[in-house]
Design a protein around this ligand. Structure first.
Ligand code: ADP
Ligand code: MG
Length: 259
């Protein structure tokens, strides 16, 4: 699979070392009384610009909830979330929607493509919703599909694409509005081994091109593309707020993006 990536996020990323994502004492409870579930309890996280973080942990430990809180898909019970230097945990639903549109790209396990739209239309949609002129949205979508190696699939409906191709379309869509950060929830969870390899190579290439990435996963192969892996259990990071395992420093960052 050829991957040719521009530095897609350059304009959105703050200076080196700046925190693109930050949480403090982040908490999310569901239910109440005897039925209370603390899905996330006391998470402190800092993700630097250009960093790729893997979050690993057993099913039900709060990974998806954390990702939703980070990206403003859900609002915390308590604690702080900062995205690209701006505090987001107290924003209204409408302001959160705007924030998501410009700052965050999401990739989901089940792709969540619009079934009645072609690959190109799926990738255009976020730009159109953000008010980009249709011609510009189309140019951007075609460019992104080229970058994920799917230029020749632009007119295909999702049902005519393999799982790996669908996820690459979803990744192109996540990049449509040049987000500061991409949040991926089990992005290879529905894929076979070959397609997992394709998606991993793509995520790694994006990371090397400067994208800030948080990937939630069960899969050690996925975590291996991260600079840092955080282990999560019962809604918290293992070892408290510092609970990260160094992977021996950031990956080298070659300037050229290969395949
Ligand atoms: P993971 O992604 O690690 O499998 P989740 O974040 O989906 O974990 O879930 C963490 C905990 O929160 C689980 O106990 C789950 O049942 C609970 N939970 C998640 N979403 C909801 C919800 N909308 N209502 C009630 N409980 C929820
Ligand atoms: Mg989950």
């Amino acid at each position: 699979m050829p991957i040719h990536l521009d530095r897609v996020t350059e304009s959105a990323v703050p200076g080196p070392g700046a925190s693109v994502l930050r949480t403090r004492a982040l908490r999310k409870d569901y239910g109440s009384g005897a039925g209370l579930v603390r899905a996330v309890g006391g998470v402190d996280l800092d993700v630097a610009a250009g960093e790729a973080i893997g979050v690993m942990g057993p099913s039900g430990c709060g990974k998806s909830t954390l990702l939703h809180l980070l990206g403003g898909l859900d609002q915390p019970t308590a604690g702080e979330v900062w995205v690209n230097g701006r505090r987001t945990d107290r924003l209204s639903q409408r302001a959160l929607a705007r924030m998501r549109q410009s700052e965050v790209g999401f990739v989901f396990q089940a792709f969540h493509l619009m079934g009645e739209l072609t690959a190109q239309e799926n990738v255009e949609l976020p730009s159109l919703l953000a008010g980009l002129p249709p011609e510009e949205a189309r140019r951007r979508a075609l460019s992104l599909l080229g970058q994920v190696g799917l230029a020749d699939r632009a007119d295909h409906l999702p049902t005519a694409l393999s799982g790996g191709e669908r996820q690459r379309v979803a990744i192109a869509r996540a990049l449509a509005n040049r987000p500061a950060i991409v949040l991926a929830d089990e992005p290879t969870g529905n894929l076979d081994s070959a397609a997992t390899g394709e998606v991993l190579r793509l995520l790694e290439a994006l990371h090397r091109s400067g994208l800030t990435l948080v990937v939630v996963t069960h899969d050690a192969r996925v975590a291996a593309i991260a600079d840092r892996v955080v282990s999560m259990r019962d809604g918290a990071f293992d070892g408290g707020s510092g609970g990260t395992e160094s992977r021996g420093g950031p990956l080298s960052r070659p300037t050229g993006i290969g395949s």
